[in-house]
Design a protein around this ligand. Structure first.
Ligand SMILES: Cc1cc2nc3c(=O)[nH]c(=O)nc-3n(C[C@H](O)[C@H](O)[C@H](O)COP(=O)(O)OP(=O)(O)OC[C@H]3O[C@@H](n4cnc5c(N)ncnc54)[C@H](O)[C@@H]3O)c2cc1C
Ligand SMILES: NC(=O)c1ccc[n+]([C@@H]2O[C@H](COP(=O)([O-])OP(=O)(O)OC[C@H]3O[C@@H](n4cnc5c(N)ncnc54)[C@H](O)[C@@H]3O)[C@@H](O)[C@H]2O)c1
Length: 543
């Protein structure tokens, strides 16, 4: 977890027998003149969530660790992913709350404009403080951070682009992460065709966005831009949004986004896109067909915020894209938008790493696959891999990479550890509505020949769900007379509600094991409790 202040500054490094004093080893000077060992126990390449968690845990277990990072420790999640995007989505929730206050609660409030510079300043301050926190954690743990690009020169050796050589006594950990997937012919230009990276650092908010890809990034960014007043079209090639989630989650999230005025096209294909600096002409079928749609075009759409203008040079600048999208019915829709956000997945980063020097290759998708998932060790003994570099069943999620980092560090230190249980890793989308799930979808459970029972209830079945007034659902998938296999939530605050279900699924609990644990009243979590109660045969409010 990215935290601004180290919570434990007491180093346990000297308390285990695995540590060898640096004074007995060759050492070379670093930029900050701290001696960095040339022969540490572990060399970690990449300082994102996967790499820095490996380094912290390994150091806490007494290993001497060199962490090579060519950009900033914290990686994608802290600088371009989880943290900045969730900061922005928090601002979006506040804007939505103002609309709700007006529309449901009689509060005379409206949002006049959004000051993008102020919004991004707060976001960037949160990122900067977390960045300092991660640096401090690493420093306190005694991790030697080397600011350079690294490549392998053998199964235990690494060279950096500033000419240093390291040999790892115990192992090397590959943690070089991922970057946005680029579609041929639709290369990002940073202002009109953008990736999630560019969207963060744009000079302003667009008045209209075409989002390509309805995975987590596409859904979150579509939701954010809609809250901020943009006209949004979301195009997903698969037949539903968030295709890795339970089908009911996809259905509920699509319905929620549509209700907010987002034009959701699933099973749709981008046929062509014309990118120009000049104003995109009006086209039929596009949202707000009179040219690049303005933010004010959203008025009258129920359930959306009341932003009447966006400030900053990007707002309504006139540059845009004209896209032809083929729908499942075979019709071609012309969609005009000021910005095209390409969110069609991410690809592993291995270029320049010289995997071959260590006797390694990538799989056909570019991932570095472990030979032994219980140790996350590649076919080359002593070379481990964590984070976005791993193929499925790893999940491309920061919290999965934390667990992988802990595992690899413990393997390298030779202490008991447990493999990552990927089925029990929670998955959350921070859109409005939010989604949160853990375990098997109904289709997966049936596909594995379980005798499945399903219990679903709307969040509005409990009073607090009615207070929030945003709909939502709870779906529990269980074995008949057996354990809970999966829990799937859509609605307000479900990102915080999934923790309970993660323990239920992770501990192989049955509905009857959890049904007697009492939920506070009135809470949204009561709906989850009620779902378990009913499955245990003790339903109170659910008929
Ligand atoms: C917009 C967005 C939102 C996201 N939101 C969430 C979320 O809410 N929750 C969640 O769990 N996940 C989220 N993710 C996914 C999450 O960011 C990634 O799963 C996570 O960052 C992967 O961590 P990693 O350590 O594998 O790689 P990265 O974080 O990508 O780190 C890799 C590091 O390696 C460095 N590097 C690469 N090559 C070299 C080299 N040769 N030498 C030295 N250094 C090198 C890079 O500079 C980088 O810092 C999001 C991603 C994006 C893009
Ligand atoms: N809240 C979170 O946990 C969170 C948030 C953002 C990102 N992430 C992670 O970051 C990674 C990348 O996210 P992502 O959303 O880019 O990838 P993704 O792979 O999850 O989703 C990409 C989507 O794009 C669709 N797609 C692919 N090609 C397309 C095309 N030509 N036209 C239309 N649709 C197309 C795919 O069907 C898929 O649904 C994932 O691992 C994701 O889990 C997580």
């Amino acid at each position: 977890m990215d935290t601004a202040t180290p919570t434990n500054t007491t180093s346990t490094r000297t308390s285990t027998s695995t540590r060898t004093s640096t004074s007995t080893r060759d050492s070379i000077p670093t930029r900050n003149s701290t001696p960095t060992p040339a022969h540490p126990d572990v060399v970690v390449i990449g300082g994102g969530t996967g790499g820095y968690s490996t380094a912290l845990r390994a150091a806490a277990l007494g290993l001497e660790v060199v962490l090579v990072e060519r950009d900033k420790v914290g990686g994608t999640c802290l600088h371009r992913g989880c943290i900045p995007s969730k900061a922005m989505l928090h601002a979006a929730e506040l804007v939505d709350g103002i609309a709700e206050a007006r529309e449901r609660w009689g509060v005379e409030a409206h949002v006049g404009s959004v000051d993008w510079a102020a919004l991004t300043a707060t976001r960037d301050d949160i990122v900067a403080r977390n960045h300092k926190g991660v640096e401090a954690h690493l420093r306190h743990a005694g991790v030697h951070v080397v600011a350079a690009s690294a490549r392998l020169t053998g199964p235990r050796s690494v060279r950096t682009d500033d000419g240093r050589e390291f040999t790892a006594r115990r192992g090397i950990v590959l943690a070089t992460g991922s970057r946005p997937r680029v579609l041929p012919g639709l290369e990002p230009d940073g202002h009109t065709v953008v990736t999630s990276d560019d969207a963060l650092f744009a000079t302003g908010l667009p008045a209209s966005v075409l989002v390509l890809g309805g995975g987590a990034i596409g859904v979150e960014y579509a939701s954010f831009h809609r809250s901020m007043g943009a006209e949004v079209t979301l195009v997903e090639a698969a037949d539903r949004l968030l295709p890795l989630e339970d089908a009911d989650v996809s259905r509920h999230v699509a319905r929620g986004l549509k209700k907010r005025g987002i034009d959701v096209l699933t099973g749709a294909r981008l046929e062509s896109a014309t990118v120009g600096r000049s104003r995109v002409p009006g086209v039929s079928g596009a949202p707000g067909a009179s040219g690049v749609p303005g933010a004010s075009g959203m008025s009258g759409v129920s359930g959306v915020s009341g932003v009447s203008g966006v400030s900053g040079p990007g707002g309504g600048s006139g540059a845009g894209v004209l896209a032809a999208v083929r729908t499942p019915r075979g019709e071609v829709r012309q969609i005009a938008a000021e910005r095209l956000l390409v969110a069609v997945g991410r690809v592993p980063v291995t270029d320049g790493l010289d995997l071959a020097a260590a006797g390694l290759t990538t799989d056909e998708r570019g991932f570095v696959a472990p030979a032994d998932w219980s140790r996350l060790e590649t076919p080359v003994p002593g070379v481990h891999v964590v984070g976005d570099l791993l193929p499925p069943p790893s999940l491309g999620l920061a919290h999965a990479s934390f667990a992988e980092g802990l595992l690899v560090a413990e393997v390298l230190a030779g202490v008991p550890t447990v493999p990552v249980d990927y089925a029990a890793v929670p998955r959350v989308t921070y859109s409005s509505p939010q989604t949160a799930s853990v375990g098997l979808s109904e289709a997966e459970a049936r596909g594995r020949a379980y005798d499945v029972v399903v219990n679903s209830l709307p969040l509005t079945a409990v009073a607090k769900g009615m207070v929030h007034g945003q709909g939502g659902t709870v779906k529990v998938v269980a074995e008949r007379n057996g354990r809970v296999l999966g829990v799937h939530l859509v609605g307000p605050h479900v990102s915080e509600m999934i923790a309970e279900s993660q323990l239920v699924v992770g501990w192989d609990a049955e509905p009857s094991d959890v049904a007697h644990h009492i939920h506070a009243h009135p809470t949204l979590s009561e709906a989850v409790g009620e779902a378990f109660l009913t499955l245990a045969g003790r339903g109170l409010h659910q008929q």
